[in-house]
Every structure is written in structure tokens, then in C-alpha cells.
Design a binder for this molecule. Sequence first.
Ligand code: C2O
Ligand code: CU
Length: 513
Amino acid sequence: MKKKTAWIVIGVIIAIIVIGNVGWFVQNQHRQQSTNSNRSGMMSGSHMGASGRSMMGGNSSGRARRNSDETVPLKTANTAPKKLAVPPILKPTKTKGDAVYYTLNAKKATTTFKPGVKTQTMGYNGSYLGPTIRVKRGQTVHTKVVNQLNQRTSLHWHGALIPGKADGGPLEPIAAGKTKQTTFKVDQQAATLWYHPHAMGTTASQVYHGLAGFMLVDDQNSQKLKLPKKYGVDDFPVVVQDRTFSRSGQFSYQSDYNADGTEGNTLLVNGTLNPYINVKTNQVRLRLLNGSNARTYHFTLNHGATVRQIATDGGFLNHPVKMSRIDLAPGQRADVVVNTAGVSAKTVALRTNGQRVLQLRLNQKRTGRTTLPKTLNHLTPTGRLNQFGLKHQTIRFSGMGRMVRINDRVYNPNRIDLTAKPHSNQIWTLTNNDSMMGGMDHPFHIHGAQFRILSINGKRPSAAQSGLMDVVNLKPDQKVRVLMSFHDRGIFVYHCHNLEHEENGMMGQVKVE
Ligand code: C2O
Ligand code: CU
């Protein structure tokens, strides 16, 4: 009897080993295949045009690991360098004490990016992008958004800590031809924020056609700090986007569409192709914004110019951080100060993904400060943030293409996924569970809240990752723990800021009440 049992046990163990190995083998085959299909996908994406791309676009099997640098490679603009366009600062239609009134008209237009070619675009008040809205902490902002498009839109204040009703997310659409007014109080520290449409089904294509703009928040600290702050002189908003121009010079969102993130092969900076700025000061501040639908950037500077990051999405870092490279996922911002004092070259280039983003033409006699303040902010060091007794949530990103999910669910505007109390903190564990089947980056973003990174795969964040954030990129297999700070009441979405994933339903809702 005992012998028999022993044999059964041994048999079961052998069976487990055999099945396990077969599983491992099958999985390996699977990986092999996906690397191959990925490679051929890249080839077709770059050489065969639309048909190849739609193959990629239709890829919802969730197998290929996707690397945006290779799917749609960037190429050098072949147009002459042009002075960087700087979005005008929007004048209020009215001011009354602390109250300011702004009007934004979303409309269709044509823009000349390439000499002699008119491209169909969308813009706020102008033909491409929108004006910069500059507000101060404590002000009450009244906005009027006029939808002059023939489709629904909304206007979301990305990074703003405002009530849900003013947030402009998918729950506050503006029908074609309609106007919407909202009011909010600026109740956060100085930061580089932005605005863009956010209505279900039209977000990605409207952003691609040009709907986006900056909102800069100032406060006493930012006004006092000795930093470059002359807008358009030594302090530039810099939104980087990738677009493909069709043979007739148009953006054709439909034919370039990719369910895993639509990318273009040409960089536009503030809507300028091949831009330059004239630099007359030793230090130049660039407020970098990745305004692309899906591409991640890795910014560097050449010719010995040094770059220090001074702010993340939600405000100043405690101290300037010397950087050799700045990675920005879609939606993320980084304020950096470039120091050219020791540079003997005539030009310096901001570069990414093998291409020049922006040329800095250095004036022979550059003047002004060469140092930065040592202390910029007084954020609690991430290691000392109080985590005691906080509610925990796990947010799991998975899938690709049309199969993207958060915690295995597709966005449903009628469903509340999580709850939180106003002005409370929670610990969120963000994971990207794609690694078994390939997978890709998912830039996590939340409305109406800011967070601090506690750990990335168990490790402390770097100094530059320790600031206030509203976007963090989740690489395949990564686990990021954050301390989430909620602010005002309302229903807020959190989602993947790869806009095609967002449109495919990679979004959830938290009710703050
Ligand atoms: Cu920048 Cu929910 O968006
Ligand atoms: Cu995603």
C-alpha cells in the first residue's frame, strides 16, 4: 500500500515536471515568434506604408513588444531652420480683482508648416495649438470654451488641482457648436500645466490635429526665485509632437492610426518644423512638454551645454538636478535650465531619438547669471512621507491594442472604480503586467490629484523623479508605488496617456467625496 502511494507521488511529480517544461517550451516559442513578427512589423511599418501600418494598427493580439523608436522612425526635417513659434499669452477678456476671464475657441483652420503648403489643422483661437494661459495662485479663473468644430470636444486642464466639474474630462463634453463655461480657483504651486481635449472618441485625433496649449501657474515662490523667467526671451514653452505629413502635406490621422499609439515621423516643436531660438543669456529655461499621442522622448544636449532639471509635472524640485538625459512620456513635463556659459560652439542642439529637436543659436556675448538657486522648493523628502494608516489601491495595466485594460476592465463612464476623500492621501501600486506576452509602456496619468513616487521596482526614485507628478511611465513588468494626494471633490479619471490606449478604454474613475 505504502509503496503504491510512493509511486503515485513520484508519477505526479514527473507529470508536473513534464507539463511544466512543455509550458516553458511553448512560451519560449511564443516569444521567439513575437520577436520575429515584431521585426517584420517594423519593416512594413517603415517601408510599406499604409498597408503595413494597418497591420500593426490592427495588432490587438497583444504579442509584439513595441519600441516606438523603431515602429515609426523619426526623420530629419528637410525644410530650412525656422524661428521657434512661441504661443502668445492669452489676454483675459475681463479682470476683476482676483477674477480673470478667458475665452478659448476650438476651431478648424489651415497652417503653413512647410513653405507653400497648407495643412488642415485645429487650434484654439489660432490655427495650431493654443495660446498660453498664465495664472497666479489664488486667482479665480473663469473660462469660456466655444466649440466651433463639427464634432464633440472638451477642454481638460491637465495637472490642475480643481473640482471635477471644472476638470473638462470625458464627463464634461461640449457638443458641436456649443459653449461651456467653468470656474475654478488656482490652488496649487507654480507649475507648467497644459490643456487639451478629452471627449471620448475625439481626443486622440483632435490632439493630433493641434488642440493643446500651455497653462503656466505662478506663485510667490516662482516670482521670487532667481531663475530665467522672461517668456519667449529666456523662458520658453516647448511642446514636442510627432506628425506625419502626407504627400499633399496633410495630417492623416486615419491612415497613420495605430491602436497602440499613433506616431508621426517628423518632429514639430510649438508647431514649428526644424526650429531654432536665439540665445542671448547664459541660462535658458525650457519648459518641455511631451504633447505627442504616444511617443516617448529622451532629450539630450550636445557641445558641452549642461542641463539641470528644476521642475517636474506639478512644480519645482527641492534642488536643481544635473541631468544627462531627460525622458518624457506623453503628457509629462520637465522644466530645465540649459547653461551655455562654457560652450565655445556657435550652436547647441536639444536632441531626441537621433534627431534635432531645437537649435540654440548662441549669441557671442551672452550675459546674465550662470548659477541657479540651491533651494527651489520644500517638498517632504520621499523617504519621509507619512504612509501610516493610508488606504491602498492596486492599479494593474495590461494588454495592447484594443485589448487594453485597467484591473481587467474597460472604461465605463457610469462606473466608479475607486473612492477617496478630498485632501486625503492613499498609496497606489501601479503595475504593468504585459511582460509575459511582450508588452509596451503605459504612461499612467490621473486628474485632480498629484503624486510622489515612493519606489520603482522596490528602489527609491532618483532626485529628478522625486517631485510632484501627474504622469509616470510604466514600463513592461514595472511596479511603481506612489503616494497619491487627492484635492477637490468630483469624479476624476485616471488612464494611460498613450491617447489611443485611452480611447480604447484604458481608463478608470475615482470618486472624491
Ligand atoms: Cu492629459 Cu486625462 O489627460
Ligand atoms: Cu497604454
